[in-house]
Design a binder for this molecule. Sequence first.
Ligand code: FES
Length: 99
Amino acid sequence: IGSVASHFVGDRHADGEIASLRPGEGMIVHSDEGKVAAYRAEDGSIHKLSPACPHMGCFVQWNSAEKSWDCPCHGSRFSIEGEVLEGPAISPLKEFGES
Ligand code: FES
């Protein structure tokens, strides 16, 4: 079990949304620091990625059937860890807060 503080982004509204995520669910959360692609793993841990697609910057969307982050612009798909599943993107989604 990770520290509770690491689950949060320091914004009450965004933190509430992230806290409401059920295991195996992801969603795009709007925080003071920008959009967050948040996913709760089956073990309860939260994975936070930047939702900006590395291809051309569109925001990815949660695909609940495939448990992936899919880009609506040109079809790139990313795993819950941010790894590229399908191009045209060639680099992964960044961790949230990484510049
Ligand atoms: Fe995401 Fe092109 S911007 S696939």
